[in-house]
Design a protein around this ligand. Structure first.
Ligand code: NDP
Length: 500
């Protein structure tokens, strides 16, 4: 393909966004504005309002009013499903626009951004079915004089705080499932990647969502995000981000209104490769698992745990693959690894690479910043001779840095896979399906892949064990997570009086 013709142009001027309340954008007015530079080009691409606490209160009040008057919860599941399906249709039509702004703010490759939006279409379509099929339970075993039902009610006003690594995908793994049962929402995207969350709000209004059901506030996590987690009128909060802020969310919920929480936090996910695997496939999968989204992925397979008899050969196979991966301009169709999203994350990743060298691990490949004259890029990196106590083997790096740890026995592989405070995801590569299934039972991870990685769909629940978080998103589990169960006991016939 002709590289020049495959490159999209940068915007001539940054696009201005207000926040979104009651079915409309609120102009920035005299609010401070945050200018976002594309991490791949160092060019200003968006200008986003810095909302105040009053703005947050206004958005929560809008969501509260929309919940209490039942303009959404009071509709039939079929009517809610129609809005979710219409959203999916508009997302299909506006894929290119959403992918473009996602790429500009996040630095991910444009082809990947388009695929992610298509994945989000599936989320809305699948959740529309759940809006119609969600139901409770009935109890006809209470004796002939009584009947009881358990109903699934929406929780109320849901706050959603999302990170910068998958601004649109993570949002869409939550929004349709939250809305399916009748909740209303206030979302706060990461300040550096706010555009596509605002676009979704606009699209949902276009799809017929009643005003006030989906509101968006924009601004920094340390101020606006903190005010959200402390807010007394948010009934439930879904937080995705670092384990450190996750702890602050739990504390704030305890000190405020005991809001229900969903937490999706960090991971240090094992890729267990046996000598009897298809090593060509496994090498490609392991390379994909660490380099996808430049490793800025909570489920990235950052710990390669490989059978010792093939460890050196396999590490070299993965390294060879990674060296062929195309790192470059996110707006180029051919790019496989784009830019690192934030300066801070770039520093964190380079810091870990230096630490790995200092700790005595062997750099097999990568390990350097790539200079394209603009933006921030890091070569996919492989370290061997890693020991389980090294920081690069234990801590979430959130970058394209793979550590190789050899094992000798199946038991040792399982122990090493579980030797982490996290429990988000894991993969095993072997052609022995008995072994794969046995290991799937023993590894503590919310998502487990056999002979693949980073795979799934809107049907499957997402979430972590151990310190990777609480609760599940997506699938039927995701819808149920955003409901609360109520029991209704109905007495029939004449009451047996207590006071005779
Ligand atoms: P944070 O946890 O700080 O950010 C995640 C989200 O939380 C963003 O919307 C952020 O807003 C918001 N936030 C930040 N502080 C608060 C607060 N006190 N109260 C409420 N919300 C808050 O992650 P970072 O961006 O700092 O990344 C640091 C590390 O976290 C990464 O290196 C990685 O290890 C991990 N991480 C994990 C993610 C995952 O998917 N599990 C996603 C992102 C990061 P804003 O960005 O506007 O400040």
């Amino acid at each position: 393909m002709d590289m020049a013709s495959s490159l999209l142009a940068l915007p001539e001027t940054p696009r201005q966004f207000g926040h979104y309340v009651d079915g409309a954008y609120v102009p920035s007015g005299d609010r401070d504005v945050f200018t976002r530079n594309s991490p791949g080009h160092d060019t200003a691409v968006t200008r986003i309002s810095k909302c105040t606490k009053d703005d947050l209160n206004g958005a929560v009040a809008s969501a509260r009013a929309a919940f209490e008057d039942r303009r959404w919860a009071g509709l039939s599941g079929a009517d809610r499903a129609a809005v979710l399906l219409k959203t999916a249709e508009i997302l299909r039509e506006r894929t290119e626009e959403i992918a473009y702004w996602e790429t500009l703010e996040n630095g991910k490759p444009i082809a990947q951004a388009r695929a992610e939006v298509q994945g989000c279409v599936g989320m809305f379509e699948y959740a529309s079915g759940l809006a119609r099929s969600l139901h409770g339970d009935s109890f006809n075993n209470m004796g002939d004089g009584a009947f009881a039902v358990a109903t699934r009610e929406p929780v109320g006003v849901v706050g959603v705080i999302t990170p910068w690594n998958f601004p649109f995908l993570i949002l869409c793994e939550r929004v349709p499932y939250i809305l399916a049962s009748g909740n209303t929402m206030v979302a706060k995207p990461s300040e550096v990647t706010s555009a596509t969350t605002l676009l979704l709000a606009e699209i949902m209004t276009q799809a017929g969502l009643p005003d006030g059901v989906f509101n968006v506030v924009t601004g920094a996590g340390s101020t606006l995000g903190q005010a959200m987690i402390e807010h007394m009128d948010i009934d439930m909060l879904s937080f995705t981000g670092s384990t450190g802020v996750g702890r602050a969310v739990v504390e704030a919920a305890g000190k405020s209104n005991f809001k229900k929480l969903g937490l999706e936090l960090g991971g240090k996910n094992p890729q267990v490769v046996f000598a009897d695997a298809d090593l060509e496939d496994a090498a490609d999968g392991v390379a994909f698992g660490i380099a996808f989204n430049t490793g800025q992925c909570c489920v990235s397979g950052s710990r390669l745990i490989v059978e010792r008899s093939v460890a050196d050969k396999f590490a070299q196979m993965v390294s060879d693959k990674l060296q062929k991966a195309v790192v470059g301009d996110p707006l180029d169709e051919n790019t496989q690894l784009g830019a690192i999203t934030t300066d801070a994350q770039n520093r964190t990743i380079m810091g870990y690479i230096n630490k790995g060298k200092e700790e005595g691990a062997t750099l097999v490949s990568g390990g350097e910043q790539l200079d394209f004259g603009h933006g921030q890029y890091i070569a996919p990196t492989v370290f061997s001779n890693v020991t389980p106590d090294m920081a690069i083997a234990r801590e979430e790096i959130f970058g394209p840095v793979l550590t190789v740890l050899p094992f000798d026995t199946v038991e040792e592989a399982i122990t090493m896979a579980n030797d982490t405070e996290y429990g988000l995801a894991a993969s095993v590569w072997t052609k022995n399906i008995d072994k794969a299934l046995m290991i799937s039972r023993r590894v503590q991870a919310g998502r487990f892949w056999v002979n693949t990685t980073l795979a799934g769909g809107p049907e499957l629940p997402i979430g972590g064990m151990k310190q990777s978080g609480w609760g599940r998103e997506a699938g039927v589990y995701g819808v149920e997570e955003y409901t609360q169960v109520k029991s209704v006991f109905i007495e029939m016939g004449k009451r047996d009086h207590w006071i005779k």
